[in-house]
Design a protein around this ligand. Structure first.
Ligand SMILES: *Cc1c(COP(=O)(O)O)cnc(C)c1O
Length: 368
């Protein structure tokens, strides 16, 4: 029997071990640890890759969200619309920036629902925070139109979608600011925590650069209350190596997604994510392969017995279901989906025939 772990952490290093070690050794020998050349090189390379004016490396994706919101001018009492099907960090960032997260529903592609977003707008709403979940960008034509109609900012949680595109435009570049997370299991993962803010707006960029470094300007003079939240230079050195192979990694993920589609596409008990070539406006990077499944627990148990690891994002809870946060709301699609959603293995350590193997066992479970 094969073992297919949900995520293969050692492979992350083994895939390019010598190159990673060389990059880190080189930076260490130069004594380059904080805010050094490797960081600035990475920021420039990622900005060029995404076609955005500024990329600012920060400590992690959550701090990227907090500083993106502050940079975009979110202030105490502002309501920010956030899909409930997301990592708690999205809503926590709104809270820590002083805003009030207001939760909205998602739809069958598991991304923010424009109708639910429109209905949640009040006179206090200041921004929409689409979460470009699982490596796919929401329909930004509709969301940008809503934002324009109601004079709202857009701050994207694009932590799961670095390099995903909608109408040729990169995730994280549609509004005032966007974000990246370089957490190890993210598509562009480093060997620890890391994140970035993206923006085309010089003023937002200047503000985030201050915030990440204790509020200090270029002369060292403090201009605002800031944080210590810089992207570690050694992680940036690793990310410079990873960015060079990133297109290959994304192509790999998209190929795995089409194999899933080919083998599972007509199974009645499942809802699959949109296929890679199903709509030419979308370029999805498949951070995750999130399905909905009848008898989810049974399927997971069956796959576990065959050595196949699966997981359920956020422990199976949408944010409005964490009673401790006091953000209850009535979100029918999200509510129903939390009983059905799960992730199948999706990462660059997997070969095509691993996916075929997984699909055979899923077919077997549903009696095919
Ligand atoms: C990973 C992630 C983040 C940020 O995570 P960090 O661990 O702080 O880098 C934020 N939002 C979503 C949707 C994520 O998946």
């Amino acid at each position: 029997m094969r073992t297919i772990p949900f995520f293969n952490y050692p492979y992350h290093y083994q895939s390019r071990g010598e190159e990673f070690l060389e990059a880190v050794r080189n930076a260490m020998q130069r004594g380059a640890f904080i805010m050094q050349k490797d960081l600035f090189d990475f920021e420039a390379a990622l900005a060029a890759y995404l076609n955005v004016k500024h990329v600012i490396g920060v400590a992690d994706g959550t701090m990227a969200l907090i500083m993106a919101l502050k940079g975009a001018g979110i202030s105490p009492g502002d309501e920010v619309l956030v899909p409930s099907h997301t990592f708690v960090a999205t809503a926590a960032a709104v809270h820590h920036a002083g805003g009030i997260p207001v939760l909205v529903d998602c739809r069958s592609d598991h991304l923010i629902c424009p109708d639910s977003t429109r209905r949640a707008i009040t006179p206090r709403t200041r921004a929409i925070m689409p979460v470009q979940l699982n490596g796919r960008v929401a329909d930004m034509d509709i969301l940008c139109a809503i934002a324009k109609d109601h004079d709202l900012k857009i701050v994207e949680d694009s932590c799961q979608a670095v390099g995903a595109r909608f109408n040729g435009k990169s995730a994280g570049t549609f509004g005032a600011a966007g974000t990246a997370s370089f957490y190890p299991s993210k598509t562009l993962g480093c060997f620890g925590d890391g994140g970035a803010v993206f923006t085309d707006d010089d003023a937002v960029a200047d503000h985030v650069r201050l915030l990440r470094d204790h509020g200090r300007g270029v002369t060292g003079k403090v201009e605002a209350w800031g944080y210590n939240s810089r992207l570690d230079n050694l992680q940036a050195a690793i990310l410079n190596v990873k960015l060079k192979q990133y297109d290959t990694d994304i192509a790999h993920r998209r190929r795995l997604a089409s194999i899933y589609q080919e083998h599972l596409g007509n199974l009645a008990g499942l809802l699959l994510p949109p296929a890679p070539d199903s709509d030419e406006r979308y370029f999805d990077i498949y951070q995750n392969y999130e399905i909905e499944a009848d008898n989810r627990e049974g399927l997971r148990e069956h796959l576990q017995k065959k050595g196949i690891g699966t997981i359920i994002q956020w422990g199976g809870y949408a944010i409005h279901q964490f009673n401790a946060l006091g953000l209850n709301s009535d979100l029918p699609y999200t509510e129903a989906m939390t009983k059905r959603f799960m992730l199948l293995p999706m990462n660059t350590s997997l070969a095509d025939d691993d996916i075929v193997y997984i699909c055979e066992h899923i077919g077997q479970f549903y009696g095919r």
